[in-house]
Ligand binder design. Structure first.
Ligand SMILES: [Zn+2]
Length: 93
């Protein structure tokens, strides 16, 4: 878990995201949520998750302790490809 990102406090937390500024960070929609694995859906049931619409990074941002983020994985990312890619599959710690 990285505490700071090159895209600033409200930008994408993925270190290799090349264009994840704050304007590209959207709330994860219900439709997107349903394409996540069940265990992830359960984990984020009552949490607003964000998704970078550039690289597809899905993460939890704790606004009380910003810029702390927990990256869950990547969904339909421009780089990672279609579908859900958990972090371990991409070799990201
Ligand atoms: Zn990104």
């Amino acid at each position: 878990m990285k505490k700071t990102t090159k895209h600033g406090t409200y930008g994408c937390p993925a270190q290799d995201c090349s264009s994840g500024d704050a304007r590209r960070q959207k709330d994860l929609t219900d439709t997107q949520k349903t394409s996540l694995p069940t265990e992830i859906q359960r984990k984020i049931e009552n949490i607003v998750c964000k998704r970078c619409n550039y690289c597809g990074c899905v993460y939890i941002r704790n606004y009380d302790f910003q810029p702390q983020c927990s990256i869950l994985g990547f969904l339909d990312g421009g780089v990672s490809g279609a579908g859900w890619k958990p972090l371990h599959q991409l070799g990201i710690q």
